[in-house]
Design a protein around this ligand. Structure first.
Ligand code: PLP
Length: 239
């Protein structure tokens, strides 16, 4: 990678970290309780490698095929340096087995059927997988995710599935919505998680995967523990 790209990436990362820190300060939260998941879906192996060298510990991809093509080309991943790999995209049941081989955390479990398949395959692979249940809080037709009013009943069943460690809930705010609506979506997710935690169906406190480049500061103010940030890290770079 050329030097301008490299320094630009470092500056972008520093700016995102500073914005995370500032949002934590406003919310009186410890920045160590917020994991930056760098979403590398729009860039190649070189920039991903560079991010890991800059100290990023968590990367997110939304397509299996892209990860299968890219991960073998990232030396820092091959060296088994401690990097947590997050799968954040829509997952079909027939792709569960390879996703379990390549990823440590799945953020996008959106149906009971998918969770059952993940559990079955994890038992077969003798691997424990960390998962978020994805909720469609905003109720948009275009969004994946379980309706929030079904989450508690579903979790009664899901919490018993072997080899899945439920971390918490995930959602996406409506694109381009007003700040107040975005905030309400994140707050609703937190309240859903709080209910499930209080009945022992999720850990207490539960993790909350919410917030992207456009809204991660609002998400942190509303309790996000995992922000999934892509665009803001790669602005002005040539992938
Ligand atoms: C692409 C993507 C992100 C990152 O979005 P940016 O706006 O690029 O930060 C986060 N979450 C999911 C599920 C995504 O697909």
């Amino acid at each position: 990678m050329d030097a301008p790209n490299k320094s630009r990436l470092a500056a972008n990362l520093a700016r995102v970290r500073a914005r995370i820190d500032a949002a934590c300060a406003r919310a009186k939260r410890d920045p160590r309780d917020v994991t930056l998941v760098a979403v590398t879906k729009s860039v190649g192996p070189e920039l991903t490698e560079q991010l890991l060298e800059l100290g990023v510990t968590d990367i997110g991809e939304n397509r299996l095929q892209a990860a299968q093509d890219k991960f073998p080309l990232i030396p820092a991943l091959q060296l088994r340096k401690k990097v947590t790999r997050h799968f954040i995209g829509h997952l079909q049941t027939n792709k569960v087995r390879p996703v379990l081989e390549m990823f440590d955390v799945i953020h996008s479990v959106d149906t009971v059927k998918l969770a059952e398949e993940i559990s079955k395959r994890s038992v077969q692979a003798q691997k424990e997988i960390s998962c978020f249940l994805e909720l469609n809080v905003s109720g948009e037709d275009s969004k994946e995710g379980m309706p929030p009013q079904e989450a508690n009943a579903a979790l009664e069943h899901l919490a018993k599935l072997p080899h899945i460690r439920w971390l918490g809930l995930m959602t996406m705010a409506p694109l381009g919505a007003k700040v107040e609506l975005v905030r309400r979506v994140f707050r609703d997710l937190r309240e859903c998680a709080g209910q499930a935690s209080s009945t022992g169906l999720l850990p207490r406190p539960a993790s909350l995967s919410m917030g992207m480049s456009n809204d991660f500061e609002i998400a942190i103010e509303e309790g996000a523990t995992h922000v999934r940030v892509g665009t803001a890290l790669f602005e002005g770079l040539h992938p």
